[in-house]
Write a protein that binds this ligand. Sequence first.
Ligand SMILES: Nc1ncnc2c1ncn2[C@@H]1O[C@H](COP(=O)(O)OP(=O)(O)O)[C@@H](O)[C@H]1O
Ligand SMILES: [Mg+2]
Length: 326
Amino acid sequence: MFGLWKTWKALEARGIMGINRRNADYVLKYNKRHLYPIVDDKIITKERAIQAGIHVPEMYGIISTEKEIEKLDQIIGGRSDFVIKPAQGAGGDGILVIADRFENRYRTVSGKIISHEEIEHQISSILTGLYSLGGHRDRALIEYRVTPDQIFKSISYEGVPDIRIIVLMGYPVMAMLRLPTRQSGGKANLHQGAIGVGVDLATGVTLRGTWLNNIISKHPDTTNAVDGVQLPNWDGFMKLAAGCYELCGLGYIGVDMVLDQDKGPLILELNARPGLNIQIANDCGLTQRTHAIEAHLEKLAKDGVQESVEDRVRFAQDLFGHVPAQ
Ligand SMILES: Nc1ncnc2c1ncn2[C@@H]1O[C@H](COP(=O)(O)OP(=O)(O)O)[C@@H](O)[C@H]1O
Ligand SMILES: [Mg+2]
């Protein structure tokens, strides 16, 4: 605990962003309220992404009412792995990642065996709004289960790691790799017990990590080093994240992506109120970077210039790399 407190204090001097500043100067300022449903509802996000030609895990079906729960078998078809999640969920709550079938039952990614009735019950809970923001009625979506790229085998434990990039007005600001642990049940959400690992924006090489308020450089389950790993296709992830500005119109977002073994980079979800722990994982505050982007945008506006995705990615990589450019 003490270690973390010291880190926050040290970061303060280097422009750490607190929750009040994030809300007032970024979320409220750059995210128009009427656009929230695009990111707060994963079904709408998916539809938008598909329209924009951005890859997402394939949707097998949607269940909107109790009556439709009987469609589940038909939606799953002969598949033995799939994911069920609340369209308006957050923080990994209410998500069922089914990895296999076993006799007449299902095996979750963390090895738990569950019955068909239990799955139906879970869907029913999703529909009542148990996991939705604000607690109102929700829909359940059933989708393709991502199989992480082999690169993550050595540094992850079960489940799917995801890559989060914070994007301001289409400019990448900071990145983090989130690794599931035994504790997080295959999910990459930090409050479920996943690890957050900083990523050098210029190169895609991992830095050290933060886990349950500790700073770490080894994965607690595998004991393998989590730092110094080159993430594949880094420029691709940066462009994918930067392009999400055009997709949703929100100016300050967290873009969550995964690297599927067969399908490559996919967008998992967008977040209109991205968390602040990314600063600990990167040992760096957000404010200096966001200010640099805002100053850049002001200058561009004066000159009447708008930059492309490629320009924006290059700007971020030139300015925000941890490793000085050669
Ligand atoms: N299609 C999927 N395949 C495999 N794992 C998934 C899938 N969707 C989500 N997960 C796991 O669950 C976590 C949370 O999912 P996400 O869609 O980001 O919802 P939330 O808004 O609750 O964070 C992901 O980080 C990932 O580890
Ligand atoms: Mg998420």
